[in-house]
Design a protein around this ligand. Sequence first.
Ligand code: GAR
Length: 210
Amino acid sequence: MINIAVLVSGGGTNLQALIDAQQAGKIENGRIALVVSSNPNAYALERAAKADIPTAVLRRKDFGTADSYAGALDTLLREKGIGLIVLAGFMTVLPDSFCRLYENRIINVHPSLIPSFCGEGYYGLRVHEAALAKGVKVTGATVHFVSEVVDGGAIIAQKAVEVEEDDTPEVLQRRVMEQAEWILLPQAVSDFCAGRLTVRGAWVARKEKE
Ligand code: GAR
């Protein structure tokens, strides 16, 4: 059984999708053992508490450097024997040393089809604002392993979502979550925990169930 830590900063709808999947028995060989929030007021913390999942708050501003922040996070993760870290709307960039330490053991969900609308400065609603400003007809979500390059790690899964004429960033965000993020993320987490994912350079192979 792989212990999963979910790192959050806000509303936590992706965390909720993981909790729901776990409660429905859809996270094979994995269980959410810890939720860490970078924001003490994140609604995600309430979602975790309702599901009886231990929580911790680590604020970046309480630490002098990114490395000391990551060191405190690493200590927490070791205490819980964490084997998979999921970034579910986690808005603090982790230092290179941490990404290397947990290579191929950190999964992120991003609300666009990478390599569009990603990298430094593209997070949350801003991603959808940029997609609408460009007039793309299709956007979507990507679940990927985290590397030292922001949104640059090996892609596990992607799903396209149509943009509609009168979309606002909020409406588009909701559609991308419903049609892509909340489906892709629990699936990828389950695949990881069940040992179905193999990273070969930029390509992640997924073994089908036998
Ligand atoms: C989600 O759309 C997630 O993909 C995005 O923030 C939102 C968090 O929502 N993450 C990023 O933009 C990371 N670059 P949630 O707190 O309701 O899961």
